[in-house]
Design a protein around this ligand. Structure first.
Ligand code: BTN
Length: 260
């Protein structure tokens, strides 16, 4: 994988270094450790396989060798700490740009999932370190199922997870998808730094998987059904709980279920 990546990728804004690993526990763990040791803004960590790939809420991320993309982006953004979580949404929009650039229609499920053909094809895990002076670093991990087929998934994921290959019948060069992702992220990141999430909200809105759907939301204080009504200018989910008249802005939460 290393030769292929080096042959295709050229460092470009905001990327300064690409660390390529054959196998590691988790690219997010590697990137967080590198960040603590002073690695610069714009460091990318890519692995061919992960032995302990991590998903949100303590879940595992299936990470077989030679099939998918496992990549972590190390950023040191000059933004207020409260704005840093939006970088996961920025990454979602960039990932959708990249997936569509290789010919696969993509939808975005708030907060951190990419769907293709009604199933989850990718997830994003953002981790941040901050202190009273502000954000020290953010690591954004992206796991994208590229060339896995249905039989590669463990039984509990069959029927809910997908890949670019399952959706199209085509086999993709992972490095091409990675190159598109890094390019798209550069463009979307510049938009975000220039004008906040509002400046790329269009890129989310037109791919919003949940808008108008009934969803089961878990957030601080409990869980309940309601209707998703798009995102606001800072990327919070507009949510109309069942039996309530006013839409609420939800800044952090998880969609546990939705009506298909
Ligand atoms: C999720 O949907 O729960 C998020 C999945 C994030 C997986 C990626 S793969 C690269 C990076 N390294 C990890 O251990 N996790 C993220």
């Amino acid at each position: 994988m290393e030769g292929e990546i080096r042959g295709v990728l050229r460092p470009g804004f905001p990327w300064c270094d690409i660390v390529i690993l054959a196998v590691t526990d988790s690219t997010n763990c590697v990137a967080m450790e590198m960040a603590e040791n002073g690695a610069p803004h714009g460091t990318v960590v890519v692995a061919d396989a992960q032995t302990a790939g991590r998903g949100r809420m303590g879940r595992r991320w299936e990470s077989p060798a030679g099939k998918n993309l496992y990549v972590s982006l190390l950023l040191r953004p000059s933004v207020p700490t409260v704005d840093a979580p939006s970088l996961a949404l920025v990454t979602g929009v960039a990932l959708a740009d990249a997936v569509e650039a290789v010919g696969v229609p993509a939808a975005l499920k708030w907060p951190n999932d990419l769907y293709c053909g009604g199933r989850k094809a990718a997830g994003i895990l953002a981790e941040m370190a901050s202190d009273p002076d502000g954000v020290r670093h953010v690591v954004i991990g992206v796991g994208l199922n590229v060339n896995v087929v249905e039989d590669d998934f463990p039984p509990d994921l069959r029927g809910t997870a997908t890949s670019l290959r399952i959706c199209t019948g085509r086999v993709f060069r992972r490095v091409d998808v990675l190159a598109r992702l890094l390019d798209a992220f550069g463009a979307r990141y510049a938009e975000f730094i220039g004008g906040g999430f509002a400046s790329l909200r269009d890129g989310w809105d037109r791919r919003d998987f949940l808008r108008g759907r009934r969803v089961l939301l878990r957030r601080q204080g409990g869980e309940g059904w309601g209707t998703a009504d798009g995102l606001d200018t800072v990327g919070a989910l507009r949510f109309l709980p069942d039996g309530v008249l006013a839409t609420e802005s939800v800044h952090s939460g998880e969609i546990l279920d939705f009506q298909r």
